[in-house]
Write a protein that binds this ligand. Structure first.
Ligand code: NAD
Length: 329
């Protein structure tokens, strides 16, 4: 089926093209993000394929439907960026890739913890400049520390397993506790998790209930010097609140792979531009903040799986069936 693929980079083409050829689909790669201004590019395409920062809003959905699009393939797991009600009313069916490599995201999460703790990013630069002093690189043993994991689904459970291997004590929070995780950690209330954890890592989806889950009140309950890691969705964290927490010292470390206003920044080379987001730029001034630009998923295993499942989802729609369809609950 003819499909307009938005937000494409060379690495998307590399993995999607062979998967499409194998499944008999014809892809047109578009570099722009899917927005009300670019939706017109999908005119005449029965399917579109979009990524995390392509907002499938009611306005975009309406333009797509007008142009004849009936299927939207998300090449990601999260669907908070999609107006499912509007898509449903307009007859656009939406499918996603529920899991591609939860290991990729969990491993990046733990990598961020280690980098912040042992300051690898600073050590790398120091040694390259011939500075072999280790003062101010002092870290802590992960062994014996208490880590709070919020959301113990696919990614949270793997992150918890890795941290269990390090000898960390695990406090867990989820609306649906997992029997597997109960073997290695203890489910507690969010309040207890905030009060007792040395490290807190977020692995729940962005929903109206979890939007700004980490706000001023949550941060006030945390241990002084706590490490906070977010590799899930930017909107889980109130950025102004974490800046206040970093300034007061309540937050000792912050690792972000996602940011609530990332759509204007991430995945692009803006190194020659003046970045206008003052809140983001303030974050970059802290020595104890590490930001990666939504790369936790970015492994060859994950990209191959995303391409394969996206094409399978398209084939299923073409045949009048559905796999991994998302509907408004
Ligand atoms: P999942 O659905 O397997 O697990 C999410 C867990 O969160 C579930 O167990 C669910 O019960 C729990 N949850 C829901 N609401 C909650 C709440 N209010 N409080 C506590 N727990 C709650 O999802 P996953 O595949 O493990 O993905 C987790 C997150 O990672 C998602 O936000 C996803 O969008 C994000 N993600 C990020 C990247 C990246 O590259 N940074 C890649 C993939 C996924």
């Amino acid at each position: 089926m003819k499909t307009a693929v938005f937000s494409t980079k060379a690495y998307d083409r590399q993995f999607l093209q062979p998967a499409a050829a194998a499944a008999g689909h014809e892809l047109t790669f578009i570099e722009s993000r899917l927005t009300p201004a670019t939706a017109v590019l999908a005119r005449g395409y029965p399917a579109i394929c979009s990524f995390v920062n392509d907002a499938l809003s009611a306005e975009v959905a309406s333009q797509l439907a007008e142009g004849g699009t009936r299927f939207a393939l998300l090449r990601c797991a999260g669907f908070n960026q999609v107006d499912l009600e509007a898509c449903g009313k307009l007859g656009i069916r939406v499918a996603r890739v529920p899991a591609y490599s939860p290991y990729a995201v969990a491993e990046h999460t733990v990598g961020m913890m280690l980098a912040l703790n042992r300051k690898y990013h600073k050590a790398y630069n120091r040694v390259r400049e011939g500075n072999f002093a280790i003062d101010s690189l002092l870290g802590f043993d992960m062994h014996g520390k208490t880590v709070g994991v919020i959301g113990t689904g696919k990614i949270g459970a793997i992150a918890a397993g890795i941290l269990h291997g390090f000898g960390c004590n695990l406090l867990l929070a989820d609306v649906v506790p997992s029997d597997e995780c109960k073997r290695i950690g203890r489910y507690v209330s969010l309040d207890e998790l905030y009060r007792q954890s040395d490290i807190i890592t977020l692995h729940c989806p962005l929903t109206p209930q979890t939007s700004h889950l980490i706000n001023r009140q949550a941060i006030e309950q945390m241990k002084p010097g706590v490490m906070l890691i977010n590799t899930s969705r930017g909107g889980l964290v109130d950025t102004e609140a974490v800046i206040a927490g970093l300034k007061s010292g309540r937050l000792g470390y912050l690792g972000l792979d996602v940011y609530e206003e990332e759509a204007e920044l991430f995945f692009e080379d803006l190194s020659n531009r003046v970045i206008q987001d003052d809140v983001f730029m303030r974050l970059l001034t802290f020595p104890n903040v590490l930001i990666t630009s939504h790369q936790a998923f970015f492994t060859d295993t994950a990209l191959a799986q995303i391409a394969k499942v996206t094409m399978e989802n398209l084939t299923a729609f073409e045949r009048g069936a559905a796999t991994n369809e998302v509907r408004r609950s």
